[in-house]
Design a protein around this ligand. Structure first.
Ligand code: HAM
Length: 420
């Protein structure tokens, strides 16, 4: 049997990379004072219909939705923001004195997409959400955190693209301009875009099929429709990025694939050679209005998410090796029945004292046990034979220097702790 299409098994050797990256992301989050939130992997379908938006590809085509035995419509979460906002409202986190509420999450998301490199049906997102502040400085903070998530792992070929989607008034004006622009060529657009024209014309700008249509190149840009507040907000975000030394390019066609965005929108791309067809590493933006749409008080919000899969791809494309230490501290080689029994007790003591230790469980000959120790990159090989047992000793071989010493068994733990 094989796992379902678009999923993967992470095996030992690879899981260590994931753990390393996840720890780095958690550490980064805590330095920015974001705290972890864990929400369920499935939610009521309505949450995503209302949160992500009925006209998005995610909701229309990509959700894993099923009816449970209680006849409820349930969906495996396709993203984290809607769930975080649902939880923020349900637990009245807006009532806490510490505002804005700064949260991060790491966990699997599910989208029924056509799998290819960097596009999975189950993938892991790390994301942050800051709720309760409409200060352009926090937009810059979230962007800074996103950029540093990559930079601190050593990535260099990064491109930050930003745009503003404006507030409701700006968007309404832009929407009308888009309708006026695309209506004369409606028949030439794909079926999806024809219905987007009525329901959500902004989505047309995100269409992959009609990307090369002439009308796409000449479509009115939201930036021309920003009212004074939106335009000044965007200028301030850029000014903060400037003082923080974060370089960016403005792309007026960046619209993002989810409906909840307004004002700041951004994506981070890899421009490393050999990265592959999908170059977007992460994306995010501001979503004032989402908390209210999900039944909470008017609360502004901004966040972003990246997938670990694409982050690891980017590391590979830039030939970055993570400093993962998989070495064992000790491998205990035992020869003879009595030694085997003693070895079990020694291994137990060493492990309890905090060392990474292993031994043979396959009745291997001495040479094969040494080979195993070598494969596991043990720093010390501890040899216990009949003679050692008779004298209450154990031979300790330092595999780096080749030096060997006999140590009194009782002093083994303190001896090793002193040098490891
Ligand atoms: P998104 O752009 O849909 O935004 O996804 C964010 C990131 O998740 C993408 O840039 C990509 O790295 C990764 N991703 C998405 N789909 C896949 C896939 N099928 N396979 C692998 N990686 C994938 C959101 O999800 C928003 N919730 C981000 C956000 C948070 N906005 C505000 N707060």
């Amino acid at each position: 049997m094989k796992g379902p299409r678009g999923t993967q098994d992470l095996l030992p050797g690879v899981t260590e990379k994931w753990q390393y990256v996840e720890e780095k992301l958690k550490d980064l989050s805590s330095r920015y004072n974001y705290h972890e939130i864990r929400t369920p992997i499935f939610e009521h379908t309505e949450l995503f219909q209302r949160g992500v938006g009925d006209t998005t590809d995610i909701v229309q085509k990509e959700m894993y939705t099923f009816t449970d035995k209680g006849d409820r419509s349930i969906t495996l979460r396709p993203e984290g923001t809607a769930s975080v906002v649902r939880s923020f409202v349900q637990h009245k986190l807006f009532g806490s004195p510490n505002q804005p509420t700064k949260l991060f999450y790491i966990g699997p998301m599910f989208r029924y997409e056509r799998p290819q490199q960097g596009r999975m049906r189950q993938f892991v997102q790390f994301g942050v959400e800051a709720l309760g502040s409409e200060d352009p400085a926090i937009d810059a903070e979230v962007i800074s955190l996103a950029m540093n998530a990559y930079k601190e792992l050593g990535l260099q070929s990064l491109k930050l693209v930003i745009n503003s989607l404006g507030d409701k008034e700006s968007r309404d004006n832009h929407r009308q301009a888009l309708i006026d622009h695309f209506t004369p060529v409606k028949e030439e657009l794909c079926g999806d875009c024809q219905s987007r024209l009525d329901k959500n014309p902004l989505r047309i700008l995100d269409c992959k099929k009609d990307r090369d249509h002439e009308a796409m190149q000449t479509a009115p840009s939201i930036l021309e429709y920003l009212n004074e507040y939106s335009s000044s907000y965007f200028e301030q975000v850029k000014a903060y990025l400037d003082v923080m030394g974060i370089s960016y390019v403005v792309d007026k066609n960046l619209v993002r694939g989810l409906d909840y965005y307004n004002h700041t929108a951004f994506e981070i791309m890899s421009d490393a050679e050999g990265f592959g067809a999908i170059t977007t590493l992460s994306g995010g933006g501001r979503y004032n209005g989402l908390v209210q749409d999900l039944g909470g008080p008017e609360t502004p919000g901004i966040g972003f998410a990246l997938s670990i899969e694409r982050l690891l791809m980017a590391l590979e494309a830039e030939n970055i090796e993570l400093p993962i230490d998989q070495r064992l501290d000790c491998y205990v080689v035992a020869l003879g029945d009595e030694a085997k029994i003693q070895a079990a007790s020694i291994v137990e003591q060493l492990r309890l004292s905090g060392m990474k230790v292993d031994k043979d469980y396959q009745d291997k000959k001495m040479k094969a046990q040494f080979k195993a120790a070598d494969r596991l990159k043990a720093r010390f090989v501890l040899v216990l034979g009949e003679e050692e047992i008779a004298n209450d000793l154990i031979a300790v071989k330092n595999m780096e220097s080749g030096e060997q010493e006999n140590i009194v068994l009782e002093q083994l733990v303190s001896y090793l702790k002193g040098i490891i």
